[in-house]
Design a protein around this ligand. Structure first.
Ligand SMILES: [Zn+2]
Length: 386
């Protein structure tokens, strides 16, 4: 496989100097379940061929996983380019220059219901969303709706509640890596609590490609045999159930802490092309290489919502941070927490390991919003909504 750029190193885990050492690497493939939920995994093994252009430091055992990439949806060309910089989130941790997109304030639209005429109040409120949303990005929207007591957003075919933020409302949403590019829109509805007609705002935005890298990997028969569709299906089912619910109130405050001090060995959103085929999946998390036994710390407050072994992701802990936001810690060697347990920022969750399909000890870290995988580094760089 050729690695188009040095990137995070991990995905290019070929060992140029090793000739045909045959490093196995895994990659994952995902199957799109429903519009918003994805998952699945497939492992890709990259067999060391001749030295590719990868850097010498793509040392042999670059620990990365085979962890399932989020759904491999319709083609969403991941063109070689530097790891994406979240658009709606200022400055990603990686340091790439963020390109904040201008906010777009939508004007209230007439409610659909019969008699509903938007109140001609002096202040009709406003909905603010970024004009451009990149795939794999977290978007934070805000709504000012005087007199409203609750609000929901219709986004990509589903409805999600907004949280109260003082005098305003807000929500974080994730744009799937495989989302179709181009113009789209979302709608927010607010209720006054007194039986009045809902007030609605519709905002147009554009889904743009952030030019994520593509990692070309070869699947060995061995891996193909182990990574059965059944394993992927079982893992997908686990996750669909897992992400269907979340505590209503957000528990995080400010930016997330990095769970371990490891080096990024495989970046988020890297496209995976198997056996020279089209991009068939994306890396749904961030791989942080670290020694086995390294303590994994909670990045923010939350409640443990899942602990157990997944067919592909191995021993895993998932923490629900509320408002649809969950973070997952995979390929662990040990777990220290139990379901339902509240965790504080910095609290030990478990130990780095290489359980499941992994090529070596590392942490596969995921952040999901209502089941949509988003770039974790955006959460360490930005305090979303609060
Ligand atoms: Zn990973």
């Amino acid at each position: 496989m050729q690695r188009g750029s040095n990137g995070d190193g991990g995905d290019g885990s070929r060992a140029p100097g090793r000739g045909r050492a045959g490093w196995q690497m895994a990659a994952a493939v995902a199957l799109v379940a429903l519009v918003a939920l994805i998952i699945a995994g497939v492992i890709a093994v990259a067999r060391a061929g001749g030295g590719s252009g990868a850097s010498e430091r793509a040392v042999s055992a670059v620990p990365r996983d085979a962890t399932a990439a989020p759904a491999a949806g319709p083609l969403d060309t991941a063109t070689p380019a530097p790891a994406a910089a979240p658009a709606s989130a200022p400055s990603p941790a990686a340091g790439a220059s963020a390109t904040p997109t201008p906010a777009l304030a939508a004007t209230p639209a007439p409610a659909a219901s019969a008699s509903a005429t938007p109140t001609a109040s002096p202040d009709a409120g406003a909905l603010t969303v970024p004009a451009q949303l990149g795939t794999g990005e977290t978007i934070a929207l805000r709504l000012r709706a005087p007199g409203a007591v609750s609000a929901t957003v219709q986004f990509r075919g589903a409805s999600y509640p907004l949280i109260t933020l003082g005098e305003e409302f807000g929500a974080v949403l994730g744009v799937p890596l495989e989302a179709a590019l181009g113009p789209a829109q979302l709608t927010v509805s607010a209720l006054d609590g007194a039986g009045g007609a809902p007030q609605r705002w519709t905002a147009a935005y554009e889904v743009v490609d952030r030019g994520r890298e593509v990692d070309h990997v070869a699947l060995t028969d061995e891996v193909a045999a182990v990574l059965t569709p059944d394993a992927s299906a079982r893992e997908s089912a686990l996750r669909v159930t897992q992400f269907a619910r979340s505590d209503p109130a957000p528990a995080w405050a400010g930016r997330f802490q990095v769970p371990i001090p490891g080096v990024v060995s495989s970046g988020f959103g890297v496209g995976r092309s198997y056996n020279n085929g089209p991009v068939g999946g994306f890396h749904g998390g961030l791989d942080l290489a670290a020694d086995a036994g390294t303590t994994v710390l909670a990045p923010a407050a939350g409640r443990v919502s899942w602990v157990g072994a997944m067919p592909i992701r191995g021993l895993s802990v998932i923490v629900d941070h509320g408002a649809g936001v969950q973070s997952g810690y995979h390929h662990l060697g040990a777990a220290f927490v139990t379901v339902g347990q509240a965790v504080a920022p910095g609290q030990p969750l478990g130990l780095v390991g290489s359980s499941g399909f992994a090529t070596g000890p590392h942490l596969h870290w995921e952040v999901t919003i209502w089941g949509v995988n988003v770039d974790p580094s955006a959460w360490t760089a930005t305090g979303f909504l609060r």
